[in-house]
Design a protein around this ligand. Structure first.
Ligand code: GDP
Ligand code: ZN
Length: 307
């Protein structure tokens, strides 16, 4: 056995094995036993992780070390032995939320919730407004106009006419991107338009995962013509806001965080307190009432199923 150590990027997880891209090609790896000690309540390795591997043959090896993550998309799964932290994807550069302009109607309350998750993890977010052909560009822009001033760019696309697809392709270059959104928004169609069969491949991976038990879970970062990687984030609805306390929510609303210091009470929750700068801003149109309502809903801890 060679003790040569290689660094690599974890691209695929299947049946307990990890496929790691290194300068010597794709290496199929298990996890070195010493990594497992005392860490049974969370995934040890996730796709998107930068790892150190040692080879046991030209194309097999063991993961010795996982580099610290700059961010991750996490879900807390209840198990008989307590909560288990599933890591969907690590070290993202960009997260894309795809919504249709119509069919189905965009659920902006859900989008607001997704954006909080991105803010919490300090991941740049891009909103893709698809099916522009159904309502026209002018109406589409009106629908999402509250977001660009907050720092969330909106890209208008139509798979039917090709609008925005090339632009999207360029925005993914040399990044690790997560792709998500409600069913029917057109994610599969967009991925197929970006790269032949990419949507189908993503769908296949999700099918296996949806059916399978833990041991058959498949997750994959797909290469984009060698210029970046993309992974689907299935079931984003279930991505918990588990590590966000209500009191810190205002920090994840870009239009609110600068106002908080002007509230009369320094522990103001912006719900019922007098002298609240956030409520004033809602009244005079500086904070969108629907965004404020999203804030109130999140504060009240409304469950995922209510979104
Ligand atoms: P997913 O569930 O998000 O993967 O959505 P799909 O890609 O399966 O698309 C759902 C439906 O919307 C399909 O019937 C697509 O043909 C249709 N669709 C996708 N993109 C567009 C678009 O830009 N315009 C229109 N009119 N229909 C679209
Ligand atoms: Zn306040």
């Amino acid at each position: 056995m060679s003790d040569q150590s290689l660094s690599g990027l974890v691209l695929r997880l299947q049946s307990g094995f990890f496929y790691v891209q290194t300068e010597q090609g794709l290496i199929t790896c298990s996890i070195r036993g010493k990594l497992k000690q005392g860490r049974l309540n969370a995934d040890l390795v996730a796709i998107g992780d930068h790892v150190q591997v040692t080879l046991s043959s030209p194309n097999t090896g063991a993961i010795e070390k996982v580099e610290p993550r700059k961010n991750s998309m996490v879900r807390l799964a209840p198990t008989a032995r307590g909560e288990y932290k599933q890591i969907f994807l690590a070290n993202l550069d960009l997260v894309i939320f795809v919504f249709a302009c119509a069919q189905p109607e965009p659920h902006l309350r859900m989008l607001d919730r997704f954006l909080i998750i991105a803010e919490r993890q300090s991941i740049s977010a891009l909103i893709v407004a698809n099916k522009v052909d159904l309502i026209g560009e002018k109406k589409a822009v009106q629908l999402f106009e509250r977001y660009p001033p907050l720092g969330y760019p909106v890209l208008y696309t139509s798979v039917k006419t090709g609008l925005g697809i090339l632009k999207l392709k360029n925005m993914l270059k040399n990044k690790i991107t997560a792709f998500s959104g409600p069913s029917g928004a057109g994610k599969t169609s967009i991925l197929n338009a970006l790269q032949p069969d990419l949507g189908l491949k993503v769908k296949e991976v999700n099918k296996v995962t949806a059916k399978g038990r833990h041991s058959t879970v498949v997750r994959e970062l797909f290469s984009l013509d060698g210029q970046g990687y993309l992974a689907d984030l299935p079931g984003l609805r279930s991505l918990a806001l588990w590590d966000i306390r209500p009191e810190e929510l205002d920090a994840y609303f870009p239009e609110m965080k600068g106002l908080v210091s002007q509230c009369q009470f320094n522990n103001c929750t912006h719900r019922n307190e007098p002298g609240c700068a956030v409520k004033d801003a809602v009244k005079n149109g500086k904070v969108h009432p629907d965004r404020y309502q999203s804030y109130l809903n999140l504060w009240a801890g409304i469950k995922e199923t209510d979104w």
